[in-house]
Ligand binder design. Sequence first.
Ligand code: SF4
Length: 433
Amino acid sequence: MPPLDEVLGLIRAYPDLPPEAVFKEDILRRGLAFSPEARQRAAAGKRKSYFIFSFDLQDLPEEAEGAAASTPEEVRLAGGAFRFRPTVVSVRNHPRSPYRIETGAEDDIRLTLDGEPVCGVEFPPVPEYYRRSLSSGKPVIDICPTIEWGYLLYLAVYRLCQYSSPETECRFCDINHNFRRRQKSGQSYTGIKSVEEVLEALEIIASTDTVGRAYTVTGGSIYGTLHGETEAEFYGKYPLAIESRFPGRWTGKLVAQALPREELQRLKDGGLSIYHPNYEVWDARLFEMLCPGKSRYLGRDLWMKRILEAAEVFGPSRVIPNFVAGVEMSAPYGFSSVEEALRSTGEGLEFYMSRGICPRFTTWCPEPMSQLGRTQGGAPLAYHVGLLRLWRETHRRHRLMVPPGYGPPGAGHAMFSVSAFMDVLPESPENQG
Ligand code: SF4
C-alpha cells in the first residue's frame, strides 16, 4: 500500500489518536530525506550530534559526512492540511524515505510524503552554548549535546559498550559502530568523558541557558570494570558530582543496567531523581535472543527483580524502563503478527503499570550497522499505532501520572522526539507529572 494511503487509513481508523502522532511514528520508522536546498537551510540550525547511537537508516560513508554535518538534530512540524500542532521529531537520515523535507515556492520549508505536501517544518535554533568550547578545546556539543528541543541535556559519558562481540551485543544496537564512524569523520567525539569536563560543560550551559530542564547520564554497559570501576561506580559518580555542584538545577536521570538495591540507594541519597533500567523487550525468549549480553551476564529474572526493587528505592513513578518498540516483530526471532506482538508488549505494560512503574519506549530505528538492521526494515506502522493506543489505555486504566522528566504532555506540547508516547497523553493539568 502506498505510504500516504497507509497513514491516512490509520488516522481514519483511530480518530482518538492525534494525527501528528501517527505521522511522527511513521517518520521515525521510515526516516527523512532532504533536498539539497533544505540541507543548506538546515546547516544554519542546530546539527545532529550523534549523541549515542547513529539513529540513521543509512550508514553514511565518509564522502557523505557533509550530509551528516547538515542534518538537523530534530525538526518541528506544524500547520499544513492536517493543521498539525507543533510536533518535535528526531531526524533519522534515509535518502530513499518517502518523507522528504524541501523548500517551497515561497522559500518556506515543508514536509512532503510521496511528493504530497504534509505540513510546515522548522529547524531547531542553535543554543548559545553550542558556540562555546571547554578549556581543552572540545566543543560543548561533544560533551553535552541537547535534544528534545533543548529540554534534555544528554550526557553519554561512555560511548561504547562492553557487549561488543556478535555474541553479546544487543542485535538492534549500533553504539560501537557509531563511535568508530564519528571518530573516523574527524569530529570531536569523546568516548569516555571525565567528570571534570562534564561539569565544565554544565557550567557553560547553566550560565547561558534557560530551556534545559533535565539531564540523562548514560552510555554502554560495563559488565566487568572500566578503569577499575564497576558500572554503578563509573556511572554513579556523574550524577553525584552534578548534584553536589548544581543541587536540583535539573532533574537528574540515569540509564544503566539493572543495578543492586544498595547502589541505587546511594545514588538516590546523592540526589538522583529518575532511574531507567531499560529492559528493551518484554518477551522472555526475545530478551534472550536480542539482548544476549544482558541475558548472559544478568539474566531477565534478575533484571525484572531489580526493576521492582528500584521502585522501592526511588518510588515507582521514578523508575521508567525503556523498551525498543518494533524489535518484537524483527525476523527471524520476533512475532510475525501485529496482534501477537501487541499482546506480548501489553503483558509487560500491564505487569509494570499495575505496580505503578511506567515503561516508555523509543521507536526502533533499524540502523544498517546493527545486526538486525543489516537484514530488514522495522515493524509495520499498524504495530506502532496499536502500541500508542495500548500504552495510553494501560496508563489511563492504572491512573498513572505523566512520567516525570519528559516535559509537558499532549499533542502540541510534547518534546520527547524518538517516539510519540508523550504526544498521545491528554494535556489536562491534573495529569501533569
Ligand atoms: S547494552 Fe545493548 S543496547 Fe545498550 S549499549 Fe550495549 S549493546 Fe547497545
